[in-house]
Design a protein around this ligand. Structure first.
Ligand code: SAH
Length: 370
């Protein structure tokens, strides 16, 4: 049994059941025993794989997106290029390489990475030190320096802790995590009613809320409105707020019980894009999308980029490029690519952009929306 599970058992024994939010927050983020601070979870040997790890095209297109957005901001002489949860630093490395075709952009940026994992921080350092771009690490968004900014977040919001509420006869009860007689973690409910929740729903229904995500979006939106810029958020999630919960745990690329191995499995939820959009709009930011990832990447020219890469590749590399392209843009479940059968990310993943009010529609976001 992991050190974190024992720590959580002690906490519950001392303080009583934990809210799901606290359980998730400690499971993912406990500074010495949590999931993210203690490992590199990405890639084939890890627990899950992300778009920038599938193909360099993903980061490259976002780098060009950032350069074009910077031009539309009036090409400010100093730009904060921020990434939230940069993983291995692959997206940023690919973005910086691609954006170097716009030298004035490359000269204007300093990079700020928001990361809580020392392990991944090291990987980012290794990946990015050769770029020569000034890089600063931050444990949270609070210490980001002021000024015009472009903010990128891929699969960051799905890793933030959520609260669950279950409808009882008299109102909504918060979901808690306690222990059964055998010492296993089990869900339970708070006795009290949550007075601030007025949502309707039949008995037994569940509401999932991500206060940390909404807080981060509100703060970023305030900043963008006051100082200019744009944020692009890419994640799996849904477009309308609905009842139901989406908590899932992944270990070794397979789903596992979210309570079984705290600290050892990745815990995530699907992102409620409507809630993020509302939080940003409330601060006066302009919201674009969400668009499906496949549509967004096509708009940015991923098919053309894949063709250009394939022209310079041997047959095996060309097959890999084709596989990566299909994986990133396909809207189908169960597509066969060189690594086996996978679900296309084109539809489940969405792209939301928030900007300061004076900016034009950002690249890729014109016309059709979901
Ligand atoms: N964006 C990367 C990694 C996604 S995994 C990619 O697409 O490959 C989630 C990332 O967010 C990791 O880098 C993780 O360490 C970081 N992270 C998770 N919770 C965080 C938090 N509360 N604050 C800052 N970073 C966090």
């Amino acid at each position: 049994m992991s050190g974190l599970a024992d720590h959580l058992r002690e906490l519950i024994a001392d303080e009583g059941p934990l809210t799901l939010e606290r359980f998730m927050s400690l499971a993912l983020g406990h500074p010495t025993l949590g999931y993210y601070p203690t490992r590199d979870p990405l890639g084939r040997e890890g627990d899950f794989i992300t778009a920038p790890e599938i193909s360099q095209m993903f980061g490259e297109l976002l780098g060009l997106w950032a350069a074009e957005t910077w031009v539309s901001m009036g090409a400010p002489a100093q730009l904060r290029l921020v990434e939230l949860g940069p993983g291995r630093g692959t997206l940023m490395a690919d973005a910086l390489r691609a954006a170097s075709v716009v030298p004035s952009f490359a000269q204007s940026i300093d990079v700020h990475l928001v990361e809580t994992s020392p392990e991944l921080g090291r990987a980012q350092h290794e990946q990015l030190e050769k770029t020569g771009v000034p890089i600063t690490w931050h444990a949270g968004i609070e210490t980001l320096p002021p000024g015009p900014a472009i903010i990128i977040a891929n699969e960051f919001f799905d890793a933030l802790p959520v609260r669950h509420y279950v409808r009882g006869a008299r109102g909504w009860h918060e979901r808690l995590v306690g222990l059964n007689d055998a010492g296993a973690f089990v869900f339970g409910l708070s006795r009290e009613i949550e007075p601030t929740l007025s949502a309707e729903g039949p008995e037994g229904s569940i509401i999932e809320i991500c206060p940390a995500g909404q807080q981060i979006i509100s703060t970023l939106a305030q900043r963008l409105v006051a100082q200019g810029g744009a944020a692009v958020l890419i994640d799996y999630g849904y477009v309308e707020t609905t009842l139901g919960e989406t908590l899932q745990a992944m270990k070794g690329h397979a789903f596992v019980d979210p309570l079984a191995e705290p600290g050892e499995a990745d815990l995530t939820t699907h992102v409620d894009f409507a809630a993020l959009a509302r939080a940003a709009a409330k601060e006066g930011a302009v919201v674009h999308g969400p668009l499906q990832q496949g549509f967004f990447l096509s708009r940015l020219g991923i098919f053309e980029r894949a063709q250009a890469l394939a022209r310079r590749a041997d047959a095996a590399q060309a097959a890999q490029i084709e596989s990566a392209l299909v994986r990133l843009v396909s809207t189908q479940k169960g597509v066969t690519v060189s690594q086996g059968t996978v679900d296309g990310m084109g539809e489940l993943f969405k792209v939301l952009c928030i900007t300061s009010p004076e900016l034009p529609v950002p690249p890729g976001f014109g016309e059709a929306q979901l």
